[in-house]
Design a protein around this ligand. Structure first.
Ligand code: HXC
Length: 284
């Protein structure tokens, strides 16, 4: 579906691109021809990631920037460095996130703030700096926000700061999609379901038993593959879909659909037994 030209001529910054899903997207973009900028807090991780990204395609260009997205001034400096280094910047993926499990009554204000600062303020800081660069230079560009399935309507127990922050990022996606459409800036989101990464799993999946229950809730009975997310992100960042803006695309193997009133029946018995039970109920 994608070629080495799909994203050629585009420089894309992926925040938190040194590992996990951010790195998977950075590699996917590199395979499709983009120049890659990644940022994060840990140089060792970023250095290794840049090597991996460069090895995805002959001639791929990738650079890293040690930047904490929570700091507006540092983010502004990073965006102008990227423009100096690459000549221009066409895309931003707000991927950097923080999360942990906690009963909400046990949260400290500092714990709540830590997540809101990374997820909501971090996404705002990067979007604001990149948006201003585009507007000042009368350039078009694309912003992709990585949210979650619980951002849209349900919220989520035990991850309150993340649920509040991601809902905010989703609101930012739709608000700016409208406000900045006249500048030619697209703003979209992806809401991934469970895609295992070391960072997320170590904080969100306490043990093997919970992991088993987790997978049971997914109608497809498997986790997402990193490449599947990278493909969707490539599609949304590309010029294949310039008319899509303000959209949030869910990629979760159907996990979000659990609320369907009779869906639970599926887990009670085998499909064969279910069919027999349904047949027995059918009026003769
Ligand atoms: C309760 C916690 C905590 C925990 C930290 N805190 N971890 N509270 N339970 N497990 C509290 C601390 O006590 C402190 O509160 C405050 O949070 C700040 O902690 P620090 O360690 O000083 O903060 P910092 O070094 O800035 O680290 C931020 C962090 C860290 C979010 C806590 O885990 C981090 O950097 N995470 C980044 C990577 C990450 O989380 N990846 C997972 C993303 S997964 P006080 O009161 O002392 O100030 C994701 C997927 C969502 O988002 C979708 C899932 C399906």
């Amino acid at each position: 579906m994608f070629t080495e030209d799909t994203l050629s001529g585009k420089t894309i910054l992926i925040t938190g691109g040194g590992s996990g899903l951010g790195l998977a997207m950075a590699k996917g973009f590199a395979r499709s021809g983009a120049n890659i900028a990644i940022c994060g807090r840990t140089e060792e991780k970023l250095l290794k990631a840049v090597d991996e990204i460069k090895s995805e395609r002959d001639g791929a260009i990738a650079r890293y920037y040690i930047t904490d997205v929570r700091d507006h001034e540092s983010v502004k400096i990073m965006v102008s460095k990227i423009v100096d280094d690459f000549g221009s910047m066409e895309g931003l993926v707000n991927n950097a996130a923080g999360n942990f499990l906690s009963a909400s009554e046990d949260l400290t204000p500092g714990g709540f703030k830590a997540i809101v600062d990374i997820v909501l303020h971090g996404s705002f800081n990067c979007t604001h700096a990149f948006g201003n660069y585009l507007i000042d230079n009368q350039k078009e560009g694309s912003i992709l926000n990585i949210v979650t399935t619980y951002a849209e309507s349900t919220g989520c127990a035990f991850v309150l700061p993340s649920a509040c922050s991601k809902a905010g990022v989703l609101a930012m996606t739709r608000s700016l999609a409208f406000e900045w459409a006249e500048y030619g800036i697209r703003v979209n989101a992806i809401a991934p379901g469970p895609f295992p990464t070391k960072g997320a799993w170590s904080r969100l999946v306490p043990d093997k038993m919970i992991e088993k229950l987790f997978i049971k809730k997914i109608p497809m009975k498997r986790y997402g593959k990193h490449e599947e997310l990278a493909n969707l992100a490539t599609f949304l960042m590309s010029d294949l879909v310039p008319y899509i803006t303000g959209e949030s695309v869910v990629i979760d193997g159907g996990e979000r659909l659990q609320a369907g009133q009779f869906n639970f029946i599926n887990d009670l018995m085998s499909r064969k037994k279910l069919k027999a039970a349904f047949k027995a109920m059918k009026p003769k």
